[in-house]
Design a binder for this molecule. Structure first.
Ligand SMILES: [Zn+2]
Length: 292
């Protein structure tokens, strides 16, 4: 047993130690901090990196995820970035490093996150063999690259993303797709079954960057939500918006259909985070991703 006085002394010591820690000082002489969430996640989830620099932005600041540099977007009181993961992201520890250069030298902060392998399962589908032509996938990649080339820097959303359709989830994120007996990679989105013509709504506000028919996605709408976040709505029977249009959260962007590489009426809902196709359901909950 530790006596009451001794306990009080230890408590006091602990408090003193906390107070005595020197504050982290940024390049502008202001305290700054690095916040990374979540610290343990499954493939498909998104990581939020937030740097608080106080009232003045730091002169030069850079973010490294592993060895790759990622663009930071200014937000009130600092900077923010989102790091997407997918079944193609290697499981294990990833180091997130921030370097801020100022008159008083370089300040560094690092955090480690653990990415766990998802257990996604497999689905087998039969499709017209002509749709498995790699040339079609190349056309899609080119169109998507154009549509994501100039992202809006600032987040256009507030609060969680909404589900884009009233329908039941029929194919989860990450499942291995086997078409006509040939493995074709992972299902990097979620499918909802709904009747043809069911309204499809923007999950969040943003600007339409793609609204046309593609060979595999069928009729597709893509919305730029800012900060490197894009959502896609695929296999639509009809498109209700034009490229360049600003859409509000919940606004109808199209109708459920079965165009492109599809075996029946459904909506494929996808999300890109700085080019990585993540699980959009991660963004429909209250949490760090959707917090102001
Ligand atoms: Zn799908």
């Amino acid at each position: 047993m530790i006596g009451a006085n001794r306990r009080r002394f230890i408590l006091l010591l602990a408090q003193t130690a906390l107070v005595a820690l020197p504050p982290a000082v940024g390049a502008e002489g202001l305290p700054w901090s690095l916040d990374v969430a979540p610290q343990t996640l499954m493939q498909g989830q998104t990581i939020r990196v937030r740097i608080r620099t106080g009232s003045a932005p730091t002169a030069t600041i850079r973010l490294l995820v592993g060895s790759a540099a990622l663009r930071l977007h200014p937000v009130a009181g600092g900077y923010q970035a989102f790091v997407g993961t997918s079944p193609l992201t290697a499981p294990g520890l990833v180091t997130i490093r921030v370097e801020a250069q100022g008159a008083d030298g370089v300040q560094r902060r690092t955090r480690q996150v653990r990415i766990r392998a998802g257990r996604f399962g497999t689905r087998r589908l039969s499709v017209p063999p002509t749709l498995l032509d790699p040339k079609l996938a190349a056309i899609e990649r080119r169109k998507v690259a154009q549509a994501t080339a100039a992202p809006i820097p600032t987040p256009q959303w507030r609060g969680p993303f909404r589900l884009p359709v009233d329908g039941s989830l029929t194919s989860n994120y990450g499942v291995r797709s086997v078409y006509n007996g040939i493995p074709q990679g992972y299902h990097l989105g979620v499918d909802f079954r709904a009747a043809t013509g069911t309204p499809v709504r923007a999950a969040q506000s943003g600007v339409v960057t793609l609204a046309e028919r593609l060979p595999l996605s069928g009729n597709i709408v893509m919305v730029d939500h800012g900060a490197g976040i894009f959502t896609t709505y695929q296999h639509l029977s009809a498109i209700s918006v034009r490229r360049g249009a600003r859409v509000a959260r919940g606004q109808i962007v199209g109708r459920v259909g079965s165009t492109g590489l599809s075996t029946g009426p459904h909506l494929h809902w996808g999300m890109r985070v700085n080019g990585v196709r993540v699980n959009p359901l991660d963004w429909t909950k209250d949490g760090p991703l959707t917090a102001p």
